[in-house]
Design a protein around this ligand. Structure first.
Ligand code: SAM
Ligand code: DTB
Ligand code: SF4
Length: 335
């Protein structure tokens, strides 16, 4: 029987999430082995192409204009500088280059035209090009696809029930609508969330429930551990204990067997041994480079040393083909 399911119940996911940790990790490792090349890890590099000054109120985010953080506002970067950064990321072994903008949504203006140019140029470098720009209309998603966008990152962040405690300036359905627009445009979907926001286990289960019941699972599922930033409402939150991160990664691996589970923000706080446990539990993607968008990440050389120690190998770009060459996706029914 296939283990790719889109009809998981909350009870199913809860029963997995609550398994004793080592049993859960071993079960996740079994699923991982069945569907992925062991030790192969996809490397993405992130660049903040437009920083700070965002109109949203995401309680975790140092880029929201309304919070007083050390982040300096920076207008949209010049295309040349972005391409230089992409070349450097490629030379460092990244197969995917992700450009992030602190926007609520994309507007049909000159800045968007410039982002479309950046997408075209990065594409020429033979890298998987990804963007995270906030909400998109179907037309904007289509334009990004035409420009050659490979993937779009748009996180649901937490459960539907907890969403209103974290963000009030948009709804969970707004997020799901954009994910649907991205899917319909034939762009690879990258969507996950954050733990450490003050959510309950039930919220974590709820988030995985939403993702795993999408008509097609996201190709990438980033699991971020909150990086608490001074000046944000969650700046004093405690760091997520590593066993909770492992539990989340393992459950994501079991309920979405084909997805790349990305060990995302929060790696700076993890030892190599703790990250190794996440890789055993099915994580097979990371952000590499010493900066995420505005916060720190392990130095590239440290990550390469970890790859050697653990016998990990970087995954080549386009190893899974291009989503736009696959079949038209099925319509998204919201759950
Ligand atoms: N503005 C766009 C949006 O919200 O979709 C794109 C950029 S936004 C910074 C991308 C993602 O980064 C968020 O959805 C959130 O999951 C993650 N993120 C932001 N701040 C974070 C933090 N302090 N710790 C962990 N993840 C964070
Ligand atoms: C994702 O899930 N995590 C990345 C990426 N997608 C865009 C962003 C993490 C941001 C961490 C806080 C910062 O560096 O500003
Ligand atoms: Fe803006 Fe994105 Fe940060 Fe929310 S997460 S404040 S939308 S940049």
């Amino acid at each position: 029987m296939s283990d790719i399911r889109n009809d998981w119940s909350r009870e199913d996911i809860r029963a997995i999430y609550e398994r004793p940790l080592l049993q859960l990790v071993m079960d996740a490792a079994d699923v991982h082995r069945r569907h992925h090349k062991l030790g192969e890890v996809q490397i993405s590099s992130l660049l903040s192409i437009k920083t700070g000054g965002c109109s949203e109120d995401c309680a975790y985010c140092p880029q929201a204009a309304r919070f007083h953080t050390d982040v300096k506002v920076h207008a949209l970067m010049k295309t040349d500088a972005v391409i230089d950064a992409a070349k450097k990321a490629k030379a460092g072994g990244a197969s995917r280059f992700c450009m992030g903008a602190a926007w609520r949504e994309v507007r049909d203006n000159r800045d968007f035209d410039r982002v479309l140019d950046m997408v075209k140029e990065v594409n020429k470098l033979d890298m998987e090009v990804c963007c995270t720009l906030g909400m998109l209309t179907p037309h904007q998603a289509g334009r990004l696809a035409e420009a050659g966008l490979y993937a779009y990152n748009h996180n649901i962040d937490t459960s539907e029930e907890h969403y209103g405690d974290i963000i009030t300036t948009r709804t969970y359905d707004d997020r799901l609508n954009t994910l649907n627009n991205v899917r319909q445009a034939g762009i690879s979907v990258c969507s996950g969330g954050i733990i450490g926001l003050g959510e309950t286990d039930e919220d974590r289960i709820g988030m995985l429930h939403t993702l795993s019941r999408l008509p097609q699972h996201p190709e990438s599922v980033p699991i971020n551990a909150l990086v608490p930033v001074e000046g944000t409402p969650l700046g004093n939150n405690a760091r997520v204990p590593f066993d909770e991160l492992v539990r989340m990664v393992a459950t994501a691996r079991i309920v979405m067997p084909l997805s790349a589970v990305r060990l995302s923000a929060g790696r700076l706080e993890l030892s190599v041994a703790e990250q190794a446990m996440c890789f055993m539990a099915g994580a097979n993607s990371i952000f590499a480079g010493d900066k995420l968008l505005t916060t720190g990440n392990p130095e590239f050389n440290e990550d390469m040393a970890m790859f050697r120690t653990l016998g990990l190998t970087p995954k080549a770009a386009f190893a899974d083909g291009h989503p736009q060459n696959r079949m038209k996706p099925v319509a998204h029914e919201q759950c």
